[in-house]
Design a protein around this ligand. Structure first.
Ligand code: HEC
Length: 237
């Protein structure tokens, strides 16, 4: 017989499996201290419920802490765009690639200049489009992002054509059916409202939606403050 190594001596594991129900027991023998040739040993036996609970907890911790990629569509809109006290920020997702472009508004250049001065492209989560087509309403957590572009106009083989160039900022609305932050002046009338300069996606430059947003959205009050006529994709036909 080979002598036990010190490691084996410190922690001996003893597994035994019986017939059903499965019996599973772990015994650990610890050497607590050693004086001369006398060893004090402690034997700990873990009963089955504790082993099962430990394994379950371990699996749960692994599951919860495993870095799941943020899916642009499955994640709740509030997690994506709202921080403490209702502070709105631009969602940390590639909305240009992963979300639905609802439509683009072309802002005509001043008189005497041809083409467009800028474009406003509006994005939302694909699942909000699906829900809107069914119900005619934006579901809780819907994020609308209006992205502002400067335009460049050129003569092309198709004629005089304007295209989007530099991004200059964003307007964001987050649908809130539960009046979540009644004391925050960026929240109200069923939405969180915020405007961002292109240099800062986290801190809005708007402070009070009643002053900064509402009067301009008054014409579309009856369609939940949204210019839905610009978004043919929301129609059911
Ligand atoms: C000068 C008027 C004006 C102001 C101020 C304004 N909006 Fe708008 N907004 C519009 C118009 C008009 C549209 C649609 C056409 C366009 O973009 O030119 C629009 C579109 C939007 C859209 C796209 C969804 C939609 O309603 O069609 C969002 C999001 C938006 N605005 C958010 C905001 C927020 C947030 C504020 C305040 C911080 C704000 N807007 C202030 C006039 C305004």
């Amino acid at each position: 017989m080979k002598p036990k190594t010190e490691n084996q001596d410190r922690a001996l594991s003893n597994y035994s499996f019986g017939s059903a129900p499965i019996y599973f027991k772990i015994e650990l023998n610890f050497t607590i201290y050693k004086v001369g040739s006398i060893q004090m040993r402690k034997k700990i036996t873990f009963p089955k419920p504790i082993i099962v609970a430990s394994i379950f907890s371990l699996l749960l911790i692994i599951y919860i802490s495993s870095a799941r990629p943020v899916s642009a569509d499955d994640t709740n809109g509030f997690q994506l765009s709202i921080r403490e006290n209702g502070k709105v920020h631009l969602p940390d997702v590639d909305f240009q690639r992963d979300w639905t472009a609802l439509g683009t508004w072309a802002i005509a250049a001043d008189e005497g200049t041809v083409g467009a001065e800028g474009f406003h492209t509006v994005y939302t989560q694909p699942k909000s489009v699906t829900a809107f087509r069914k119900t005619g309403e934006f579901p809780d957590g819907t994020i609308l992002i209006k992205e502002l572009y400067e335009a460049i106009t050129n003569e092309m083989t198709t004629g005089t054509v304007s295209r989007a160039s530099k991004i200059t900022g964003w307007f964001v609305m987050v649908k809130d059916l539960n009046n979540r932050y009644p004391d925050n002046q960026s929240w109200g009338d069923g939405w969180a409202w915020a405007q961002f300069d292109s240099s800062d996606r986290k801190n809005s430059i708007s402070t009070n939606y009643k002053d900064d947003c509402l009067s301009c959205h008054e014409p579309v009050k009856n369609s939940d403050w949204v210019y839905v006529e610009g978004y043919p994709i929301l129609r059911n036909d």
